[in-house]
Design a protein. Structure first.
Length: 476
């Protein structure tokens, strides 16, 4: 994903520093929210962080490319983003432990080979859910970092809205014309409300944490993927998230997204050996999803052209994930869901609505759900709905239910054809549904069956409305 170096110019001096009173944990130690621990180690940091301020952060190199960050959770295992691991081989990955500057070998820095990759099997670029991956190092590095790890959170921990957290990395310092920073940078961000993030971007409250700054200016950026989001529980520094994706870097109204570590504790434990054992090197594997945690789930806090990952000679390079406002408009124009408040990734049905400007009330604020609708498409949908009512009302129409089904197919097909004609088809969350509808029209669908006679009816009804709309809208 993304650390936005430019964020430093927006923050007051010192505000991006992790409080010195926050404490470290032992390897894989899970914080107990009922207790206030009193360990001696302290985290310190700033814009350009002080050396050894983030001892558990690791810089990841795949081939010749600096691609991602990650967090040590014990001496031999690191947690990073699945999109950083996808397509990579252990032999091509080098981990830089106790690193500070990318350009020089720092005092105490050690490079360690990776022997095993375990990527969450349910990660997909389409939605960026389950963006977590575990890497096994060739040797134990506990002594190098003086056994200073971020604590693991309680299962399904609920981070309070506007809680202050911190993230760090060597990523680019600007969305468009930035360059990767030489020295490790950190920044403070705030937890955003789930409802806001679900409406604004493809946020999933169960698997993601949404954080940034009101008005923008503080965020992660390209090259920071896989790095940590550190939050506080009773004075303890807790690994709350794994840097995952975002719309640009530090944009107002577009907070960043982190994989929610508290959702993956079972998955992590199921894929790690006991601390005293040393696993043998094995090839890349994919794992099944974690079992449902027994701890009752609190109200969670907190993806679109999703994947911008490119494979170059086997090396995975991740760039930022864009979902510009017009992309969101397209998804809402052609797609729909049973729940209008669900995230756009869940809008997998084809829209047959007529009209625009629909609003929903969430926490005493109104949000636009549909805007800037395609007037020609709106006219086609309206025409076909009116035509359906006329045909159903005719006494000669015997099978009214089947006629409505065919008209619904005609409307959905026209929506999908319109999306393809305007170059809006790829990346739509309802693309799969559209593909099935278009197959049905060619009588190649396994789920939607029509006869040749019914196909001709659909063609005739569509032609009526296309002719009518062509007289109103020309060359659109």
């Amino acid at each position: 994903m993304k650390i936005l170096g430019a964020f430093l110019s927006f923050a007051q001096a010192g505000t991006w520093e992790i409080p010195e009173t926050w404490k470290y944990c032992e390897a894989r130690e899970q914080v107990d929210p009922r207790l206030r621990w009193m360990k001696s180690a302290r985290i310190i940091g700033g814009g350009v962080v002080k050396r050894d301020a983030w001892p558990f952060i690791v810089r990841l190199r795949i081939g010749r490319n600096d691609t991602c960050g990650r967090s040590l959770i014990d001496g031999k295992h690191v947690l990073t983003a699945a999109h950083c691991c996808d397509g990579a081989q252990p032999k091509n990955i080098i981990a830089h432990v106790k690193d500070y500057s990318r350009k020089v070998i720092d005092e105490g820095e050690k490079t360690v080979k990776v022997t095993k990759i375990v990527e969450h099997e349910e990660f997909l670029y389409r939605h960026y859910k389950n963006d977590v991956c575990l890497l096994t190092l060739e040797e134990d590095v506990s002594e190098i970092i003086e056994h200073k790890y971020a604590c693991l959170p309680p299962a399904d921990w609920d981070w309070r809205i506007m809680s202050t957290c911190y993230t760090a990395g060597w990523g680019t310092d600007h969305e468009s014309f930035g360059k990767e920073v030489d020295i490790l940078n950190s920044v403070n961000v705030n937890i955003f409300d789930d409802n806001y993030c679900v409406l604004e971007q493809d946020h999933d409250a169960e698997t993601m944490i949404c954080a940034g700054a009101i008005g923008g200016g503080r965020d992660a950026c390209q090259g920071d993927s896989g790095g940590p989001l550190i939050c506080e529980i009773n004075g303890n520094a807790v690994l709350a998230g794994v840097t995952s994706w975002g719309i640009g870097c530090g944009r107002a109204g577009s907070p960043g997204e982190w994989a929610k570590v508290s959702n993956y504790l079972d998955w992590i434990n199921n894929n790690l050996p006991a601390l005293q054992t040393t696993p043998k090197p094995t090839p890349v594997t994919r794992t099944s999803s974690p079992s449902t945690p027994s701890t009752p789930s609190p109200t969670p806090l907190i993806h679109t052209t999703k994947s911008t990952t490119k494979s170059i000679t086997g090396h995975v390079i991740h760039s930022q994930v864009f979902m510009l406002p017009w992309k969101k408009i397209l998804a809402r124009r052609y797609c729909a869901s049973e729940d209008s408040e669900s995230g756009l990734i869940n809008w997998t049905e084809i829209a047959t609505f007529v009209g625009g400007g629909k609003k929903v009330l969430i926490e005493k604020k109104f949000y636009n759900i549909f805007s800037k609708t395609d007037e020609r498409l709106m006219g086609l949908n309206k025409c076909q709905n009116e035509l359906n009512d006329k045909i159903i009302a005719k006494p000669s129409t015997l099978d009214k239910e089947r006629t409505s089904e065919l008209m619904d197919l005609a409307i959905k097909r026209q929506v999908c054809v319109r999306a393809k004609k305007r170059g809006h088809f790829n990346g739509l969350p309802c693309k799969e549904a559209c593909e099935e509808v278009l197959k049905a029209y060619k009588r190649k669908s396994d789920s939607i069956k029509i006869t040749n006679k019914e196909k001709k009816k659909v063609q005739f009804w569509t032609k009526i409305c296309l002719t009518k709309q062509s007289s109103i809208f020309k060359n659109t």
